[in-house]
Write a protein that binds this ligand. Structure first.
Ligand code: ZN
Length: 330
């Protein structure tokens, strides 16, 4: 049963919006495209796990949580995938890297050799990472007085189809029990479920309490992405963005807006207000909406806002519309 489904993170959606809103020749464009590519491929890798786990996802005895972020000892830790049951917990860290991947289990080192450039890149050891998250989670449970006496199984899955585990590593090494290509995950999970069958289970009520606490404690903060990359809101492309092909700006015709690039006709306010909420502010006034969406005037803006039924506060010229719901709604 999927309790917390996989969704693109707010940061990935901010990068996506920025990718479209930044002019082609902007000096930061390449950095944004690279960062977007990195986070999108991570998300793509996590999504590919769903296919491998398809026979487990709807089992009522297994609870699935994607991208849970919790705070322990003043720091946040985030797990790509958690699978909970009354008898066991499995944490899965995903790595979407192509090329030859090497691990040194003694020195806890992990590196990747690019098949084309032969360049070596060093990364954090993913097994250490997932073990440390398991440890953080156990401390978090204790601090919240939640009972879970069983051990947590940590796995690292390699989701890229062109990931090759260094064939020169000794095949018997213990790390391969925990690090493997993602198509092996269903077999590993089945093995782990069988081996924990004799564990004394926690009660359904205890599992429910853990599940509810995870969901109410999960936090995903929206950061100021423009500040992070040193970009001013004035540098963004203004106008309504086509929901079909992302061309900016759309042109106003009689009863609709038209995309000059793909001829799509629609009323595309929501997409552009969501861009505004992700990149600039979660509240917008008439004046800023006219400027960001390139609307003709305040009357046109009032007309569109009337059709959207957004929550608002303040009066007359001080009225602001609240866009938080557009981010949460995905
Ligand atoms: Zn279009």
């Amino acid at each position: 049963m999927i309790i917390k489904p996989l969704k693109p993170s707010i940061y990935l959606r901010q990068l996506e919006a920025l990718k479209w809103r930044l002019p082609v020749n902007h000096p930061k464009k390449e950095d944004i495209m690279k960062e977007h590519g990195k986070f999108y491929s991570g998300y793509y890798g996590e999504r590919s796990l769903l296919y491998h786990l398809r026979s487990f996802l709807y089992r009522p005895d297994l609870l699935f949580y994607h991208n849970v972020k919790l705070k322990q000892d003043g720091f946040y830790f985030e797990m790509d995938l958690m699978i909970l049951s009354q008898r066991q917990m499995t944490f899965v860290e995903t790595k979407h890297f192509k090329g030859i991947l090497s691990f040194d289990p003694i020195r806890h080192q992990f590196w990747r050799k690019d098949p084309e450039t032969k360049k070596i890149e060093v990364y954090k050891d993913p097994l250490t990472q997932v073990r440390s998250h398991s440890h953080d989670f156990s401390s978090w449970l204790k601090e919240n007085q939640l009972h879970y006496p069983l051990t947590i199984t940590p796995y690292v899955t390699l989701t890229h189809k062109d990931a090759l585990i260094d064939p020169e590593l000794p095949g018997q090494s213990d790390i391969f029990k925990s690090i493997f290509r993602s198509d092996q995950l269903p077999f590993k999970l089945r093995e782990s479920l069988n081996s924990t069958k004799s564990n004394k289970p926690i009660s359904k009520r205890q599992l429910k309490a853990i599940s509810e606490k995870i969901m109410s404690s999960h936090s995903e903060e929206k950061s100021d992405i423009l500040q992070k990359f040193g970009i001013s809101p004035n540098e963004l492309r203004k106008g309504l963005r086509c929901p079909a092909c992302s061309h900016i700006p759309m042109i106003r015709e009689k009863n609709h807006w038209l995309c000059g690039a793909c001829n799509h006709k629609c009323n595309p306010l929501i997409e552009s207000l969501r861009d505004y909420a992700l990149l600039i502010d979660e509240q917008i006034c008439h004046r800023d909406m006219v400027a960001f969406c390139l609307l003709a005037n305040r009357n046109q803006c009032s007309y569109y806002l009337g059709t959207l039924d957004l929550p608002k506060s303040g009066k007359k010229k001080g009225t602001v519309y609240h866009l938080e719901g557009l981010i949460k709604g995905g």
